[in-house]
Design a binder for this molecule. Structure first.
Ligand SMILES: [Zn+2]
Length: 1032
């Protein structure tokens, strides 16, 4: 007997409860209560009661949770959960799903034991299903996979903590109902977490229409060309949105016009017949859209169920009276359900499904309404979020390496939680109200300070040569982005410590603002070369910069893997005037021994690019800044450009200027050209000695805009890089959530006939970390320091949107124009960097993939800079503190990264996640199968420790996890693919072997200190499998 086919009425929880370990299906899936049975040859309508609780949008996270400021939006999440728990308990037929772990945890912390036990009971009976399980419902366009995986891991592990690892509580469905388009990488990540399916609402209007017509609203998403079956995911797109059907929203707060179902025949308002008919008509209108006899109907909306009785009482009646019509021959069967129960029923239908291998970007809900503006909206918040991830990895790793255990536990949680909130689809996207954006920034800032405190504790522990040495203050300069750092500017002697979060040695260019004196830099007793470089003039006028520093001290640091180096710096009494620009005859060329970039002497703009090492020259290379006018709506369509939507007024962007004033500075370490395009657009172009890329540091703002002046509209500022000689056949590549790349073609979608009414906005795609284009000869690409929108509107051209300031709301709910100011008047200034690489493809092998990878690491996982003032001499410092620390002794293979090294279970255990970060066709050598040095890490953390593999989310043993299989047209069954990847359930193996890694594979392990408790949990696993087999 196969449980999977008949699993609607199985209940074997008794034995599970006795073991405090729920029983499993033979294939390891936990059974939580029972799904309501479906009827053959009926349309089975799965009613899914749900609430969509944004972790910040129109109100802040706390305003939403506590129900504060209801004049903005009537929403109090604590009351929703209170009320749902009460109402579920009244009728065992009722079902509900809950999604946002951030709110669930906040609620949980405020409950007593009785209420907690009640909720646990509801989960065990399957009445309440926790779904997705991440801290928030992440946006999919502008989020980075590192942070997506982290926030899932944190959310899923929090659920484990709340419910003592209860299997029933572990989510197995992705519920991404509101994000504005969907990423292939997100689907891949969900599959790797062991999920069975994904449900969402938003896809392009024409894609939706085509899929409804062809009955392809359900399909198998082939989410990774590298990982194969293990990243295939069954996907369900909603017919319309996630609201209840028209007329059937029973919310007392949000839907005051929909009638309740009045069953008293004596009442003048008795309405059962017409309400039943209306619902049955609704079902009939939709029932042929999907392939099976099952139909999913969401019963809920944003912040609904604050008074859950109104919903459940009416749904009870709806089910009773619609089903009563079966006696009159109706073939409609209503049931309370959850996505898991729906999916189980669809799976049991045993159909063969179509597949898809691209993604769902960009998203449009109207001919002139492309949701491609939010790829760039609020660029400073997007940058801060990326820095948050960089710091989070540093402080997690340092906590493990220094074995902090419980010393600074709370502090690590606060940044994990802040980063979880930041991934939310109205946080990092920039689609929240202004006061909410400010709340996010403050929350993230505070959490970063907590993590810096943890890092400080760890660095003290790792660097002190004896217990007697005085404590050091390892601090950070969080305003280094505007060349401001009190510690380097005001101290006579200070120590700069750089920690490298990568598993490979790395080199970094260290820049510190200093006063106008000569500085000497020492490492390990020897003075090292430095250069002084002028801070670009436009930086001085950034209003919130209070520094008086005019120049930066620059030196090169090489830092060991998961390690640090400390550099001792002393300010001499010898004055150092601000460096002078080079003479006119030298100022139009930047070069090192690998490349040369020339500027046009007449315009000051970039003009040609020469790869000296390859003896290869592009006689024309252009780069300049432009803006699109943000549309205020026009006669064709009223759609405006706003926080979500990019709608330019005109397809041709206006150049900021046709020329730039330039000054060039040259030294031993870097050559820089400072360009000024206007009062509010400037740039530094850099070529470091030995670097294989050109760096462009742009500064945009305050963007001038006046709603009442048609000559001065809202603006969307872009930069364009172009090599006109490249024949790129309308093709370019962007990354998906910062991981695998996706081919894009201008004016084209792979799965439907495209008729673009917005030729620019409809060609924009999310660029989380890079955009590139290539022809037969070469590839050039831009790596970004934050998510941006990008496209290639002409062959050989790459375009990225940097900043936007807009005068109109775009009518998608936020109710404000995207008009960020720093004092209520002047527009916000944004400063950031692009790295540009150019590589010949004619040589073989070509290092292009390596270059791309290296640049992305430089941006996303840069060494973190700590600065400490000191009274000690260099010699005394070295006597007291280590200046060179390597966290791991072994060379990790070049294509393997330690993606996560994190203390869990209050520091008793460690979560380690490895990734192979090359795609199968990237490079003849680096794309080969490799290995993760688990053997070495076992030794590093002590012989008594052992490795166990988990799913990607770190909450299920890999050996105890399987996923539903779905048949794909023209393909074999999808499987988990796990067999191929050889999951290891044998503890011994990790003590002697390293683990094989395939291209783009990620593998997650828990390193357990106490092998006794591990053995016990293995025993329970074996025992529960035995029981399941026995029952079968
Ligand atoms: Zn939402």
């Amino acid at each position: 007997m196969r449980w999977k086919n008949t699993s609607f009425v199985i209940c074997v929880n008794l034995i599970g409860t006795l073991l405090a370990f729920p029983t499993n299906e033979p294939d390891g899936r936990a059974i939580c209560g029972a799904c309501h049975p479906i009827k053959e040859n009926f349309t089975n309508v799965h009613l899914i009661p749900h609430t969509h609780d944004d972790v910040g949008w129109l109100k802040t996270v706390d305003q939403y949770f506590y129900g504060k400021d209801n004049d903005i939006q009537v929403a109090g999440v604590q009351y929703i959960i209170d009320s749902v728990v009460e109402e579920l308990a009244k009728n065992p037929d009722r079902r509900f799903i809950y999604v946002e772990t951030a709110f669930l945890k906040q609620w949980w912390d405020n409950q007593g034991e009785a209420t907690r036990a009640k909720m646990r009971g509801l989960i065990e009976t399957g009445q309440l299903e926790l779904i997705s399980g991440a801290w928030s419902m992440h946006d999919e366009a502008v989020t980075h996979y590192h942070s997506i995986i982290d926030q899932f891991t944190y959310g899923l592990r929090t659920i484990d903590e709340m419910f003592d690892g209860l299997s029933c509580a572990k989510p197995k469905i992705g519920w991404q109902i509101d994000p504005f388009g969907h990423a292939r990488e997100t689907a891949s990540i969900l599959a790797q977490m062991g999920f069975d399916g994904l449900f969402f609402a938003r896809l392009d209007k024409d894609d939706r229409a085509r899929r409804i017509k062809d009955r392809e609203m359900e399909f198998v998403w082939k989410a990774s060309p590298n990982l194969g079956e293990s990243s295939d995911l069954f996907t369900h797109a909603f017919y319309k949105h996630y609201s209840a059907p028209d007329g059937f929203c029973f919310d007392l707060v949000h839907c005051t016009r929909d009638d309740p179902i009045i069953t008293d025949t004596r009442s003048p308002d008795y309405n059962v017949p017409e309400r039943v008919k209306a619902f049955m008509d609704f079902v009939d209108s939709r029932k042929d859209t999907y392939q099976t006899e099952n139909m999913l109907v969401t019963m809920g909306d944003d912040f609904t169920y604050q008074q859950a009785a109104s919903w459940f009482d009416n749904i009870d009646r709806l089910i009773k009276h619609v089903n009563a019509e079966q006696e009159n021959g109706s073939k409609i069967n209503l049931i309370y359900s959850t996505p898991s129960c729906y999916l189980q029923a669809v799976h049991a239908a045993d159909k063969v499904w179509k597949s898809k291998s691209d993604d769902f970007f960009p998203y449009a809900d109207g001919d002139h309404s492309y949701w491609t503006g939010y790829y760039t909206s609020r660029p400073t918040l997007k940058f801060m979020e990326r820095k948050g991830n960089n710091l989070l990895q540093v402080c997690k790793q340092l906590s493990v390496l220094a074995d902090l255990r419980q010393e600074k536990w709370q502090d690590l949680d606060s940044l994990q939680e802040a980063m979880g909130v930041m991934q939310h689809h109205d946080a990092i996207t920039g689609t929240e109200k202004q006061h909410v954006a400010e709340d996010y920034a403050l929350m993230l800032h505070k959490a970063m300070l907590d993590c810096l405190e943890t890092s400080n504790t760890a660095l003290n522990k790792l660097s002190a040569k004896s217990v007697e040495v005085p404590k050091v203050e390892y601090k950070s300069c969080l305003l280094s982005n505007v060349s401001q750092c009190e510690l380097s500017e005001n101290n006579v002697n200070f120590v700069v410590t750089l920690y490298n979060p990568l598993a490979q040695e790395t080199s970094s260019y260290v820049r510190l603002p200093v006063q106008n004196f000569k500085h000497k830099v020492y490492f390990n007793g020897s003075e090292i070369p430095t250069q002084m470089i002028k801070i670009p003039t436009p930086v001085f006028s950034i209003p919130y910069r209070t520094s008086t520093a005019e120049q930066e001290l620059l030196f090169v640091a090489t830092i060991p893997p998961l390690g640090f180096r400390s550099f001792y710096i002393t300010k001499t009494t010898e004055e150092s005037p601000v460096p002078e620009p080079v003479a006119d005859d030298q100022k139009f060329t930047l070069s090192n021994n690998k490349l040369e970039l020339n500027f046009d002497p007449l315009t000051g703009l970039a003009a040609s690019l020469n790869l000296k090492s390859e003896n290869f020259n592009y006689p024309e290379f252009n780069q300049n800044f432009f803006y699109y006018k943000g549309s205020g709506g026009n006669i064709l369509n009223g759609q405006t450009s706003g926080a979500y939507i990019f709608r330019p007024d005109g397809d041709d962007p206006t150049p900021i200027s046709s020329q730039a004033e330039i000054e060039t500075f040259k030294g031993e370490i870097v050559q820089e050209t400072h360009q000024k395009f206007s009062d509010w657009v400037s740039q530094v172009v850099r070529v470091y000695t030995d670097a294989e890329y050109v760096e462009f540091e742009w500064q945009i703002g305050p963007i001038p805009a006046d709603r009442n002046d048609p000559e001065n509209p809202g603006k969307e500022v872009i930069t364009k890089y172009s090599i006109p000689a490249m024949q790129t056949q309308e093709l370019f590549h962007t990354d998906s959530n910062g991981r695998e790349s996706i081919e894009r073609k201008r004016n084209f979608r792979p799965t439907w006939e495209l008729d673009l009414k917005e030729p620019v906005a409809g060609n924009y795609h999310p660029v989380t970390t890079f955009i590139s284009t290539r022809d037969g000869r070469s590839e050039f690409g831009i790596v970004t320091d934050r998510a941006q929108g990008g496209t290639s509107m002409q062959d050989g051209t790459l375009e990225l949107m940097l900043h936007r300031r807009l005068m109109y709301d775009d009518a998608r709910g936020v109710g404000e124009s995207l008009n960020e100011t720093f004092d209520g008047n002047e527009g916000m200034i944004a400063r950031g960097r692009h790295l540009m690489y150019l590589e010949l493809l004619t040589s073989s092998p070509t290092p292009v993939a390596k270059k791309r990878r290296w640049s992305r690491d430089q941006m996303n996982l840069a060494p973190w800079t700590f600065v400490s003032g000191t009274e000690l001499t260099e010699e005394e410092w070295m006597q007291n503190y280590a200046v060179n620390y390597k966290g791991i002794d072994l060379e990790v293979p070049e294509n393997i990264n330690i993606l996560t090294l994190e203390p869990i279970n209050k520091g008793e255990d460690i979560l380690v996640r490895f990734e192979h970060f090359y795609e199968a066709n990237d490079d003849p050598v680096l794309s080969l199968e490799s290995f993760a040095p688990t053997q070495h890490l076992t030794e590093r953390f002590g012989h008594e420790k052992v490795f166990m593999e988990t799913t990607l989310g770190g909450n299920k043993w890999k050996s105890d996890t399987s996923r539903m299989k779905f048949k794909i047209e023209g393909d074999q069954e999808i499987a988990t693919g796990d067999a191929e990847f050889n999951p290891v359930d044998n503890v011994e193996m990790y003590e002697t072997n390293n683990v094989v890694m395939k291209p783009m594979q990620m593998r997650t392990f828990i390193v357990r200190n106490d092998s006794g408790s591990l053995a016990a949990s293995v025993l329970v696993l074996l025992f529960s499998t035995f029981i399941a087999n026995f029952i079968a």
